[in-house]
Design a protein around this ligand. Structure first.
Ligand SMILES: [Zn+2]
Length: 260
C-alpha cells in the first residue's frame, strides 16, 4: 500500500529521499563539528566531499555494479564525445530495466552511466541524444558546481547550527532539529539550481544534436517504460507548487522544447 502511494506520488517520494539524504549529511557534519569544535573539521568536510565526488565513478562500480560499456555503439559514442571536445574517462552500463542515465566525476574522472535498458532497447539516435545531455553537464562543469554547493551547504549549516545551539544550550535533540530545519531550507534552493542546470544541459543537447526530436523521442520512451514498470500514469500537466519539487524541468515541457 505504502509502495503504491509512493509510486503514484513519485515526485513527493523522490523529494523525501533527497530530504532524508540531506538531513543525514547535515546532521553528521553538524555533530562532527559540534563535538570537535575546530575549524579543521570544516576543512575535513570540504576535502571529503571533493574526494568522494571525484571518485564518483568508482562508487558506481562498487555499489551499482556498473560495467564499462562494450556494446555495438561504443565507438560511435566515444567519437561523438570527441566531436564535442569532451574527454570521458569511461562510458558505463548499469543493469536495469529503467531508462535513466547520469554523469559523475570531474576533471580526469568524468564518466557517463546508462541504465542498460537504454543501450538495449532504445535506437542509437536516442542514446546519442542522452549522451549530448550528459556532456552538457560536463561542458558546464555541473559536477564541480554540485560538489562545491554540497561542501558550502554542509560547512555553512554546521557553523550556523552549532552557533545557534551554543547560544541556547539545551538538549542535543534541539541540535538535531536545527539540522532538519536547515535541510528543509536548503532543499528548495538546491532543487531550483538543479532545474536550472538541467535546463542548460538540455539546451546544450539541443544545440549539439542534428536531429533534436531524438531527445524528445527518448523522453517519451523513458516515460512509457516508467509507466509500464510502475503501473502509473504521469499527468500531462503539473501545478506550480509541484514544479518546485522537481529536480528537472517538467518532462512534458522538455519533450515539447525538443519537438520544435
Ligand atoms: Zn541531467
Amino acid at each position: 500500500m505504502m509502495k503504491k502511494f509512493f509510486k503514484k506520488h513519485f515526485i513527493f517520494a523522490r523529494v523525501l529521499v533527497l530530504y532524508f539524504v540531506g538531513a543525514v549529511l547535515i546532521s553528521l557534519s553538524t555533530f562532527f563539528f559540534y563535538y570537535f569544535r575546530t575549524p579543521w573539521v570544516l576543512l575535513i568536510i570540504i576535502v571529503a566531499v571533493c574526494t568522494i565526488s571525484y571518485f564518483g565513478p568508482l562508487w558506481c562500480r562498487i555499489f551499482l555494479k556498473s560495467k564499462p560499456y562494450k556494446g555495438k555503439y561504443e565507438e560511435r559514442l566515444y567519437s561523438f564525445t570527441k566531436n564535442q571536445e569532451i574527454d570521458l574517462q569511461g562510458i558505463y552500463s548499469i543493469d536495469s530495466t529503467s531508462s535513466q542515465a547520469f554523469t559523475c566525476g570531474f576533471a580526469r574522472s568524468k564518466s557517463v552511466f546508462y541504465h542498460s535498458n537504454i543501450l538495449k532497447n532504445h535506437p542509437y539516435d536516442e542514446i546519442e541524444a542522452v549522451m549530448a545531455h550528459e556532456l552538457g553537464h560536463q561542458a558546464h562543469d555541473d559536477i564541480t558546481l554540485y560538489t562545491s554547493i554540497t561542501a558550502i551547504v554542509l560547512v555553512l549549516s554546521s557553523m550556523i547550527n552549532v552557533a545557534l545551539f551554543s547560544y541556547i544550550k539545551t538538549s542535543s535533540l534541539v541540535l538535531l532539529f536545527f539540522c532538519f530545519l536547515t535541510t528543509a531550507i536548503s532543499l528548495p534552493i538546491v532543487l531550483a539550481i538543479s532545474r536550472w542546470r538541467e535546463g542548460m544541459a538540455d539546451q546544450y543537447a539541443y544545440d549539439a544534436l542534428r536531429d533534436k526530436t531524438a531527445f524528445a523521442r527518448f523522453l517519451e520512451r523513458l516515460l512509457k517504460y516508467y509507466e509500464k514498470e510502475n503501473g502509473v500514469k504521469v499527468e500531462k500537466t503539473i501545478s506550480w507548487v509541484a514544479r518546485l519539487f522537481l529536480t528537472h524541468p517538467f518532462i512534458y515541457d522538455r519533450i515539447r522544447a525538443f519537438k520544435t
